[in-house]
Design a protein around this ligand. Sequence first.
Ligand SMILES: Cc1cc2nc3c(=O)[nH]c(=O)nc-3n(C[C@H](O)[C@H](O)[C@H](O)COP(=O)(O)O)c2cc1C
Length: 205
Amino acid sequence: MNTSTESSSSSKPKQNVPNVSMAVIFHSNYGHTKRVAEAIVQGARQQLPEAQARAIDVHEVDWEFLDQADLLVFGSAVYMGSVTAGFKTFMDETSKRWYHRKWEGKWAAAFANSGGLSGDKLAVLQQISLYAMQHGMNWIGLPLMPTGHEATDLNRLASYLGLMTQSLDAPPEETPGKGDIDTAVWFGNHLAKTIIKHQPADSRP
Ligand SMILES: Cc1cc2nc3c(=O)[nH]c(=O)nc-3n(C[C@H](O)[C@H](O)[C@H](O)COP(=O)(O)O)c2cc1C
């Protein structure tokens, strides 16, 4: 894991357990974006132990976990063509970390959920990618060809900068639909595999 605070005895990785971690930081007022965040974590946990892949609400930030994580996945609902006010507050709260280059060299990725089919989600992914570039992070996109454009298809919205999902006016248990949730699981798995593949040689198990 990307940390300087662990003691040498406790930091030894268990056999065959990758020594990397990731946090999925999200803001969700009504639960739909949260559901997507949890699906990304579900996919990541196909590669990583539970403690090394966590979903974190912007209202309950575990700064220590974020600072030591190798990958930060940022996700917001789209409000008025932008990240939500709650997510923007989180972004602004990281300005001291930006100034001290605390997150430089970490991996970054993003997702956006909206009510509209387009919903101007691209503007949110671009907003977050610019934010990650300000921090000096390295971007991971969504390299997944759409299987089609029906509700059950993977990457049905054909987004490559990051994950796009859409929720209808129904509870989060029902929407976003299967294709979007399956894509989120795929994305989480892909992100975890990427950071495992690129973990520094001196921290490999
Ligand atoms: C204040 C507000 C602004 C919104 N703006 C947009 C928008 O610009 N485009 C869009 O497609 N949906 C918009 N929506 C719909 C939300 O993106 C949608 O309901 C989403 O599922 C909310 O996610 P959440 O359940 O995680 O809060 C807006 C909703 C609210 C409450």
